[in-house]
Write a protein that binds this ligand. Sequence first.
Ligand SMILES: Cc1ncc(C[n+]2csc(CCOP(=O)(O)OP(=O)(O)O)c2C)c(N)n1
Length: 538
Amino acid sequence: MSTVREVTYDVLRKLGMNVIFGNPGSTELPFLRDMPSDFEYVLGLHERVAAGMGLGYAMATGKVAFVNLHSIASSGNGLSTLVDAWYGHVPLVVTTGQQDRRQVLSEPFLVSRAVETVRPYVKWAYEPLRAEDVPASIVQGYHLAVQPPMGPVFLSIPMDDWMHECHAVDVRDVRRTVLADPAALDDIVRALDASRKAAIVTGAQVEEDGGWHETLALAEHLNAHVYQQPIAPRWTFPRTHRLFRGGLLPAQQPLADQLAEYDLVLVLGAPMFLYYAYVPGNAIKPGTKLFHITNSPQHAAAALAGTSLVGNLAAAARYIRSHAKARDRDSGARRVEPEPPAPDFPITASFLFSVLNKVKPHDAVICEECPSSKGDLDRFLFSDEPNSFYSVPNGILGFGLPAAVGLQLGNPNRRVVCPVGDGSIQYSIQALWNAVQYKANVIFIVLRNGDYSALKSFCDFTHVGRNVHGMDLPGIDIVKIAQGYGMSAKEIDRPEELEPALRDAYALPGPQLLCVNVAKGRQKCMGMDQSVNPPRYR
Ligand SMILES: Cc1ncc(C[n+]2csc(CCOP(=O)(O)OP(=O)(O)O)c2C)c(N)n1
């Protein structure tokens, strides 16, 4: 008979999880020994990086990624990636070692309570009751991870389990598409037919459900203006399209004001809505009909207003398009494009993004983590291709670098560019080593402003005042750090150096880091200024 270890590699192979993202420890060695030659192990020097690369790889490939962490020691370090996967609906099967069952009761060194620790941020956290249940638990975890809304599952596996005898485990076919109720979709169709001026809000789930083209076709059929969800973790509509009207603001009253001209708003695949600053007001202008289609029962339950229904976004968009009346093209004005930014010194974030927009290939993948420059990025960087933009789903810094490396490993034919703040890069800096060692040809663009500009802006925005410690980042030489990990790196100071440096980076095959000295962030919060009447924390 086979062992638990052999059967586990067999089910991982059958499930297509041949890449193991991990950081090893003693409790995982009995599993990791003699890894079959059709498997690849991707070592992360820190678990935020190991799991974070798995996250990026899963997003790039659209498949479940397998992550192996070390007891509670590295489950703690990897926890922020589990939170990202939870909010970003990214399917991960994460295993971690546990001490030997025969002594676990005596609380030995490295005993793990990881199952209890991670529970709120995974779809399933489990330590199998019997060694023989390990492979079947992985299969069950896999099927749960890919059911909408997708997300991470977590298994803790005692280190003595791997040698036990075990029967082969079947990998069944478990289907995943959940269709919205047609009667509820008919209500939306009737409301759209009766509406004067409708808008669509698109969210990340449009991509999760493969609904880019259906959403685009629906918007064109209805000739409806399209907005991107607030603080978008993905862009799910072509940004130069005539119907695109930009991103929504993450606060109640300002968002309702943005949508005030419409008598019907249809939200596709986003929470309704994701707020950041507390600026109370109506979720939507009274009288505007609000409909919400989501793949997440949690989002449906938590929405503040309107009618929600749960179902696959691509299928729902297709159904509505084939039943709702086509509308004539709007004769109203197009969105006003902002003036191209000037090549000021110090370089501004807006100038940086406008130059990057000119230089990057049309199918570049953008993986972003630059808090105070998000507004500039949103205005000056464009993409019209699906699966092109990824950002931190719930505000935990450290997402960007490992996600960029994982996206590049999973998608070697599209160059990944990672604009990242000089503060943000420090939370998972070890990923630079992975980019070099695993030949992930990411272009990292560090926006070096020498401080936590986003926090300073928030201090101003919310009247906290500037008398707060821990806001400045002096004395960090990011170019040397990158070079220390073996990466080609360069500092950019003058605006005229920027375009040639970016062109060179794209011309060279390997990963590159450009550290751009930029002006400090402006005193705004996610595109909002004092005119929105922000909260006062003073
Ligand atoms: C793990 C984590 N720690 C702290 C924060 C709080 N935080 C939000 S923005 C920010 C500043 C990031 O600095 P940088 O990347 O340089 O961007 P900038 O604000 O300068 O644009 C910090 C520390 C966070 N969101 N996540």
